[in-house]
Design a binder for this molecule. Structure first.
Ligand SMILES: C[S@@+](CC[C@H](N)C(=O)[O-])C[C@H]1O[C@@H](n2cnc3c(N)ncnc32)[C@H](O)[C@@H]1O
Length: 300
C-alpha cells in the first residue's frame, strides 16, 4: 500500500492503492481540456479538448480522491474557464453542494490577450471539504489590510493604526488593527504567474507559482499532514509541502515531469528555503517523523 513519496504512472492506479481517508489535503491541477498539447522547454503533455471525453476521464479520478480524503480533508481543483463550470457540477454531485467551500479566482496579467474579448486572466480553483469540519488556518495566510479603504483610520491608545467602521443600522462599531492583517478574499491578485526569467521556473509547461501552493497548503493543512497532488507536473506541490513540514504524495504520468520533480526536491533538500517568517504557523517546530519522511525520495 502506498503512503507517500513520488510516483510515476497513471494517478488512477496510485489512487486505487491508497487507503480510505489517508490524505489530509489534495491539490490538483489537471489538464484543462485546452485542445492542444502543452509544450515547454523541458517537456510536454497532451490536453485533448472534447469536454465529454474529458469529464468521463476525470470523473473516476475525482471519485477516488473523494474516497481517500480524511473526514477533515479538503480538495482543491485548479481549472480555468473552459471546464471549471462542468467540474463544479461534478463535484457538487460527488461531495454534496453543501461541501463547497470557495471558488477562488487566481488573477494574473502575464501572457497573450485577444483583441475580441476582455483578457482571460484568471484561473478558477474549486475548494470542497470532505466533511462538516474542514481544516482552515486563516492566521497562517493573512495579508496586509489595504490602506485607503472606506473605513476611518484612527490611532488606538496603544499607538496602533486601526480601521474603524460603524454599522448604521445597529450602531455597533467594528475595529480592525491594520497590522493584524486580514483573511484574503476569494479573488487573489497578489500572486503573479511565473515569468520566463523566474528562478523557480523548471521549463515544465503550466508550472504554477510556489506562492500559490504556499497559501493553499498553509490555509488548509497542519504541519505533519499528508498533502497529495495527483497531477504534480514539475513538483510545485511536493516542493512547497516539503518546505512547510508536511508529508507529501506526488504522482505524474510523464517521466519527464517525474525527473524534474525529483531534481527539484533533491535541490530543495540540499538548500532548504528559510521558513516564511510572515506565517506564524510556518515558524512552529515540525514534527520530526513527518519532516524526515517527506524529505525521502522514493525510487519510483
Ligand atoms: C497542468 S500540469 C500540472 C502542473 C503542476 N501543477 C506544476 O506546477 O508544475 C498537468 C499534469 O498532469 C499530468 N497528467 C495528465 N494525465 C495524468 C494521469 N492520468 N496521471 C497522472 N498525471 C497525469 C501531466 O503529465 C501534467 O504534468
Amino acid at each position: 500500500m502506498i503512503e507517500s513519496g513520488l510516483h510515476h504512472g497513471d494517478n488512477l492506479a496510485v489512487l486505487a492503492s491508497l487507503a480510505d481517508g489517508a490524505v489530509d489535503l489534495i491539490y490538483v491541477d489537471p489538464p484543462f481540456a485546452t485542445g492542444a498539447a502543452r509544450r515547454g522547454a523541458a517537456g510536454s503533455y497532451d490536453d485533448a479538448g472534447d469536454v465529454d471525453a474529458y469529464l468521463a476521464w476525470l470523473r473516476p479520478r475525482l471519485v477516488a480522491m473523494h474516497r481517500v480524503l480524511a473526514a477533515h480533508g479538503s480538495l482543491f481543483v485548479h481549472l480555468d474557464w473552459r471546464v471549471s463550470h462542468h467540474v463544479r457540477v461534478e463535484l457538487d454531485r460527488l461531495f454534496g453542494a453543501r461541501r463547497f467551500v470557495n471558488e477562488i479566482a487566481w488573477c494574473y496579467s502575464v501572457g497573450g490577450k485577444s483583441p475580441r474579448t476582455f483578457g482571460r486572466k484568471h484561473d478558477t480553483i474549486l475548494w470542497y471539504a470532505r466533511g462538516d469540519e474542514h481544516r482552515f488556518f486563516p492566521d497562517a495566510v493573512k495579508i496586509p489590510r489595504k490602506a485607503g479603504s472606506h473605513m476611518k483610520l484612527v490611532v488606538g491608545e496603544d499607538g496602533r493604526a486601526v480601521q474603524v467602521k460603524r454599522d448604521r443600522r445597529t450602531g455597533k462599531e467594528y475595529r480592525y488593527p491594520v497590522d493584524a492583517g486580514k483573511i484574503p478574499e476569494d479573488w487573489w491578485i497578489d500572486i503573479e504567474t511565473l515569468n520566463r526569467g523566474d528562478r523557480e521556473r523548471t521549463g515544465w509547461p503550466t508550472q504554477k507559482p510556489e506562492a500559490l501552493l504556499r497559501r493553499i497548503i498553509l490555509a488548509a493543512s497542519a504541519p505533519g499532514d499528508l498533502v497529495a497532488d495527483f497531477f504534480c507536473g514539475s513538483g510545485t506541490t511536493p516542493a512547497v509541502a516539503q518546505a512547510l513540514g508536511r508529508r507529501w504524495l506526488a504522482v505524474d504520468a510523464s517521466a519527464e515531469a517525474i525527473a524534474i520533480t525529483r531534481a527539484r526536491l533533491a535541490a530543495a533538500s540540499r538548500h532548504p528555503a528559510p521558513a516564511a517568517a510572515s506565517h506564524p504557523e510556518a515558524a512552529r517546530p515540525r514534527p520530526a517523523a513527518a519532516s524526515s519522511r517527506s524529505a525521502r525520495l522514493p525510487s519510483r
